[in-house]
Design a protein around this ligand. Structure first.
Ligand SMILES: *Cc1c(COP(=O)(O)O)cnc(C)c1O
Ligand code: SF4
Length: 395
């Protein structure tokens, strides 16, 4: 389906907004101000299906609707099944809750020592610093609080989170998330990163953000200066489909890389969007071309109203199997399921180990052939008298 990932095929330009002055188009505040947020605004550009229309009208009770003009351009307006469209335009499926679905699918509320901090793993925390995003993903695992459509009333408050981190010496890794931390002003980011980097036990900070994908204009010189100043900063971006790899995203990743920010990607496996090997292979190849290392491929969490987007996890295993050995090792993400109820991320892998005996590991390689690796060294101190005598190389 995606035979050619060469840069000529990557999206470029202002699309539907060709008449907007480039200074405006490239200004992230203009992009935010001109987001598409209502049925009427969408319908000015494309024809919604009745199913999408119902979903859009319901959206404000679940998770707000917003799409940046930049990202809207990537939608195929003729195709209701367009993989970009399905990520950001609601469908009626959001109104249906299946019995297995939860408001807090990965049990974050149970590991919350103070507001905004999720402390599940011993040495690192998730620090939720805002509930806003540049655009909203219809399968968002934090839709209970993101965009405040459900009246969660999350009031991000840095001080109690910072205080908790200062007082908890085992925290060596802080992951800023939300919402999208890069929607904070440069002044707030500078303050927050500065305070975190002052804490002696915090070795580095990570930022989880979809801003490079929804709003690459935000990754400007001033922001990069802040990252340089407070580094090491690592970033996890969130690209799901090769069509999201545009020239603008590539340039944003380049600016981040040149500012010393290593970038990983976290994708969510989504039904009919990226749950096949060809799409995933094209995506990960394009990521490497942008200096982005595929990090995780997530099974979609059991968030309420997500059944129409959740893929079969067996497809995830098949996809990883189709990649390992068949393409660059660097490009292969770890497939994980965030265990429902709060178990944390569990790696889900194709089976390569067939059997472990006292003598050997019996394994299959990428093309299914069987090999074994001995577990006990057979070399012995007492020379075997029947072994052929090796001539010394130097006499
Ligand atoms: C995902 C996650 C992390 C980070 O996990 P890594 O495997 O280190 O990327 C930390 N805390 C919580 C609560 C998480 O969900
Ligand atoms: S960008 Fe992240 S936090 Fe925001 S809606 Fe998408 S998945 Fe949720």
């Amino acid at each position: 389906m995606y035979p050619n990932d060469s840069l000529e095929n990557w999206y470029k330009g202002q699309g539907l907004w060709s008449d907007v002055a480039p200074e405006d188009w490239n200004n992230w505040k203009w992009q935010l101000k001109n987001r598409i947020k209502s049925v009427e605004e969408i319908e000015a550009h494309l024809e919604l299906t009745p199913d999408e229309r119902a979903g859009c009208l319901f959206a404000n009770k679940k998770l707000a609707l917003a799409i940046t003009p930049y990202f809207f351009n990537l939608i195929d307006r003729e195709d209701p099944d367009c993989p970009i469209r399905r990520q950001v335009i609601p469908r009626s499926g959001e109104m249906k809750t299946s019995p297995e679905e939860l408001l807090d699918p990965v049990g974050e509320e149970n590991t919350k020592p103070v507001d905004g901090i999720v402390h599940r793993y011993p040495d690192r925390v998730l620090f939720l610093v805002t509930d806003r995003c540049a655009a909203y993903c219809r399968y968002c695992t934090r839709s209970r609080l993101v965009s405040n459509a459900q009246d969660y009333n999350f009031h991000p408050e840095f001080e109690s989170g910072l205080e908790y981190i200062r007082n908890t010496p085992q925290i060596r890794d802080v992951l800023l998330s939300g919402g999208d931390p890069l929607l904070l002003s440069n002044r707030k980011l500078d303050y927050l990163l500065g305070e975190l980097r002052k804490i002696p036990h915090v070795e580095f900070v990570r930022i989880g953000s979809r801003i490079p994908v929804f709003l690459p204009q935000r990754i400007d010189e001033d922001l990069c200066e802040i990252f340089k100043k407070h580094g090491p900063i690592w970033m996890s971006i969130h690209v799901n489909h090769p069509r999201e790899c545009t020239h603008a995203l590539r340039e944003a990743c380049e600016r981040l890389s040149f500012a010393g920010v290593p970038i990983g990607n976290q994708s969510v496996l989504l039904k009919g969007i990226n749950d096949d090997s060809d799409t995933m292979k094209s995506l990960i190849h394009r990521l490497l071309m942008m200096r982005v290392r595929p990090y995780y491929l997530y099974q979609c969490d059991l968030i309420t109203g997500s059944a129409h987007l959740r893929a079969d996890p067996r497809k995830g295993i098949e996809i990883i199997k189709s990649l390992r050995g068949h393409t660059t090792g660097y490009s292969i993400p770890q497939f994980v399921i965030d265990a429902p109820g709060g178990g944390g991320k569990v790696p889900i892998n194709p089976e390569y180990v067939k059997k472990v005996t006292d003598e050997a590991i019996i394994m299959r390689n990428f093309s299914g052939e069987e090999y074994s690796y001995p577990l006990v060294a057979t070399a012995s101190d007492t020379p075997d008298p029947k072994a052929p005598r090796l001539e010394p190389i130097l006499s």
